[in-house]
Design a protein around this ligand. Structure first.
Ligand code: B12
Length: 362
């Protein structure tokens, strides 16, 4: 296990030397291919952008002391690049250049920490699949998922939404549509973009249809009880993924909660002000991208300071990385999906009430 102080120093080094190291790597990459098509201003710009991404994921991986984060990212980006004409060998060479630039520039103890993350990614790169498998639905819903996706890809948003609406009869069916159709559909859309089968615009289109479907389904059935409890959802600064958060919020409404959603990419101080005004019983933070790990940490620390004792639940792709990761953010609890989030919210409120009773007895 890496010493915490070494991790902090490594992260500081990476943020202080980001531009200088990236420039060095890009220079090496592009001058190594002087007579090739890679040496045009446009390809140099692409190389720069790609290296910024690699660097941000490397920093996130180091800050969480989880080399697997960077290795998984490289496994994903290998497919993205190879489907756009850039071979795995080129990415491997890029990672090796980054490794040698860091070894040259960083003090030994810091370099040791960072290079471990690069070594794992380089070693495992060829083990990640070249062709990620399609995302499956629950068996009972696989035809519905296929029909929904087919309508999305035919740009038939009304048809796609109507298909879901026609199956929404009660709270259980809505939960099913969320978790068995909308969620895997969005993941499949991500896979289709990754393998270059659809454009960014089609992915945006699919996401906006999913958001509309969520809004419509959310009002299609009424909650059969009211708990009189507020729950507030938000994403930290730098986090733009919000479909999952809207889904959990909508599920909580069906379960009788009174949900408030701030939204994606929320500035730290205004988030804290808003939460203080709303005074929810539970806060739910959605975190998908690893690049938002440190803003999540800051947000949770500020919320804990402003509202001590208020339980904070986290969820989303990045929180799924394991207990060590979500605990290191300072959260009280984690849930892998919308349904388990509801059970955990109940537990958090019960624990909080128990704690309040104990406090008042003392
Ligand atoms: C749509 C999408 C986008 C959209 C998001 C728009 C929007 N309004 O949300 C846009 C275009 C903005 C986007 C941008 C990027 N994206 Co994107 N995106 C996706 C995609 C295709 C679908 C996400 C989605 O809608 N999922 C459906 C929901 C329902 O699932 P969910 O979020 O997991 O939510 C469930 C649980 O996680 C949980 N949950 C979620 N939140 C919460 C909160 C609480 C409190 C609890 C308890 C539970 C909980 O419950 C939910 C319901 O069960 C995924 C693909 C994928 N495999 O997920 C990639 C994906 C998330 N994106 C990815 C990446 C890399 C990016 C970019 C870096 C790409 C780029 N090159 O620019 C940027 C980063 C932007 C940023 N800074 O945030 C990666 C993330 C990898 C990582 N962890 O870092 C993914 C996984 C793609 C991949 N690798 O295959 N993206």
């Amino acid at each position: 296990m890496t010493d915490y102080r070494q991790t902090v120093k490594a992260v500081e080094f990476l943020s202080d030397h980001e531009e200088e190291i990236i420039a060095r790597v890009v220079e090496r990459q592009c001058s190594a291919s002087q007579n090739s098509p890679w040496n045009t201003p446009a390809s140099r710009q692409r190389c720069l952008e790609d290296n910024r991404f690699h660097f941000h994921y490397l920093t996130a991986s180091v800050s969480a002391a989880r080399p697997q984060i960077f290795a998984d990212y490289c496994g994903w980006v290998k497919v993205v690049l190879s489907r756009r004409g850039i071979a795995e060998a080129h990415l491997k060479n890029n990672l090796e250049q980054l490794r040698s630039a860091l070894l040259k520039a960083a003090p030994e103890t810091v370099a040791d920490v960072i290079v471990g993350h690069l070594d794992l990614a380089i070693e495992r790169l060829s083990m990640y699949p070249n062709e990620p498998q399609p995302i499956p639905a629950g068996k009972a819903r696989s035809q519905l998922l296929a029909d929904y996706l087919q309508r999305i890809l035919a740009f038939d948003s009304e048809g796609a939404i109507h298909l879901l609406q026609s199956r929404a009869s009660d709270a259980r069916s809505v939960i099913d549509l969320y978790l068995e159709v909308l969620q895997p559909a969005q993941r499949e859309i991500g896979r289709l973009w990754q393998i270059n089968s659809i454009s960014v615009a089609v992915e945006h289109y699919a996401t906006s249809v999913a958001e509309r479907a969520l809004q419509i389904l959310s009002c299609a059935v009424a909650a059969d009880k009211s708990r009189g409890l507020r729950v507030l959802f938000l994403c930290p600064e730098g986090e733009h993924h919000c479909v999952g958060m809207h889904m959990v919020s909508s599920l909580s409404r069906l379960e009788g909660w009174d949900p408030y959603v701030i939204g994606p990419n929320t500035p730290l101080n205004s988030a804290v002000d808003f939460v203080t005004q709303v005074q929810p019983a539970v806060i739910g933070i959605s975190i998908t991208t690893f690049m938002a790990l440190s803003s999540t940490r800051q947000l949770i620390a500020k919320l804990k300071q402003a509202l001590p004792g208020l339980p904070i639940l986290v969820g989303g792709y990045a929180a799924n990385m394991g207990e060590e990761v979500w605990r290191s953010l300072g959260a009280d609890a984690y849930a892998p999906d919308g349904l388990s989030a509801l059970a955990i919210m109940d537990k958090l409120v019960a624990e909080q009430r128990g704690a309040t009773r104990t406090d008042s007895v003392r």
